[in-house]
Ligand binder design. Structure first.
Ligand SMILES: NC(=O)c1ccc[n+]([C@@H]2O[C@H](COP(=O)([O-])OP(=O)(O)OC[C@H]3O[C@@H](n4cnc5c(N)ncnc54)[C@H](O)[C@@H]3O)[C@@H](O)[C@H]2O)c1
Length: 346
């Protein structure tokens, strides 16, 4: 079988640190044939560094050189570029969040169905060994029915100081849409995407206005910080389950907390680090995992799943309809915060 010809649109941090190395490892099956960035120097440098024969500043020019693309631009362009790629008959792996609005997500799904091409969203935490094992425990009935979940995506003083992460127009929001989205997605995946009943949320833009903020991930201008630095939400599902959610880029807390916990009818689990709690003989037993290696790039199984899906030999682990549900909840959290009311999905 001929190699899948891959292109990269948006050649910044995540393209170079996660996606390019992952697809390069699959070089028996993949050839990287094009790269695009609106910054020409960036496109040329990445092309030179990775021996990519074609580079451009116009994403439309990529499509004739590839069978599939990875889209790693600021969030505002995810929908437009994904739809253009799908309309040109090109498979798409799009970075998270899927788009700025759920309306855009719907249009992306429509384009993918019409073109009969893969549309996958890079919620890569689902590919981590811990998340895969946690999902298997739940699928095998090890904790019973998920009842109460908690998703925490909390970073202590780590506002991304590069790119356009604090620009509302280009990113659509801050800690919630950028970082919290991963852990919302993971919690919903473990809970098997139950139907949403109601979302109450609050977002904050206070802390990062402080001129003298200590930040571990580079510098940013507090006077142009337009997005949320904290968000919290309470989500009720139609089957009675609930999810408590917290995210922050700049928490004034002891440490980062990045995990999902699920308490079910017969047991429970934490994902990071992975722990399983099971009700046995009137006791609650704790079990921990022992791994061969702690150091693993989930971008590798993600890239492999995408390539195999383009080949028709697998289906994407992250379905676009699921990524759209994450975007719907994010939208509802922002709306609930703005209006001060719970948002009903009935
Ligand atoms: N999965 C993750 O954990 C993760 C981590 C970081 C970023 N991301 C996502 O990846 C995307 C990019 O983030 P990043 O950290 O690489 O940002 P970045 O700023 O480092 O890179 C973005 C690149 O896109 C280019 N660009 C902007 N508009 C473009 C356009 N219209 N066409 C082509 N190129 C364009 C910029 O010049 C820049 O080089 C964002 O959507 C972000 O949410 C995901």
């Amino acid at each position: 079988m001929e190699k899948l010809r891959m292109g990269f649109i948006g050649a910044g941090g995540i393209a170079v640190s996660r996606h390019l190395p992952a697809f390069q490892l699959l070089n028996d099956h993949v050839e990287i044939t094009a790269v695009c960035d609106v910054n020409e120097e960036r496109a040329q440098t990445v092309a030179n560094d990775h021996s990519i024969s074609f580079y451009t500043t116009k994403y439309e020019e990529v499509f004739q050189h590839v069978d599939a693309v990875t889209i790693c631009t600021p969030n505002k362009f995810h929908a437009e570029i994904s739809i253009a790629a799908l309309n040109a008959g090109v498979h798409v792996l799009c970075e998270k969040p899927m788009a700025l609005t759920s309306q855009e997500c719907e249009e992306m799904i429509e384009a993918s169905k019409k073109a009969d091409k893969i549309l996958m969203i890079a919620y890569h935490y689902r590919y981590s060994k811990e998340a895969r094992a946690a999902k298997r425990f739940i699928d095998e009935g090890e904790i019973g029915r998920p009842l109460v979940s908690r998703a925490q995506a909390i970073r202590r003083r780590k506002v991304p100081g590069w790119g356009v992460f604090t620009n509302k127009e280009l990113q659509g929001g801050g800690s919630l849409i950028d970082f919290g989205c991963h852990f919302l997605d993971l919690a919903l995946h473990l809970m098997e995407f139950p139907e949403i009943a109601e979302v109450s949320g609050a977002t904050y833009n206070e802390l990062s206005r402080q001129a003298d903020i200590v930040n571990q991930w580079g510098t940013f201008d507090p006077s142009t910080f337009e997005v949320d630095d904290h968000a919290t939400a309470f989500i009720k599902f139609k089957d009675g389950a609930t999810l408590l959610f917290e995210t922050s880029w700049a928490a004034n807390l002891a440490d980062d907390q990045e995990t999902v916990s699920v308490s079910g009818t017969n047991g429970g689990l934490d994902v990071y680090p992975l722990k399983l709690y099971q009700s046995k003989y009137g006791m609650l037993l704790d079990q921990s995992a022992y791994w061969i290696s702690d150091d693993e790039n989930p971008g590798i199984p993600q890239a492999a799943n995408f390539v195999e899906s383009c080949r028709g030999r697998q289906t994407p682990l992250v379905k676009p309809e699921e990524a759209m549900m994450v975007s719907k909840i994010i939208e509802a959290i922002y709306k609930s915060s703005e209006t001060g009311k719970a948002i009903s999905f009935n």
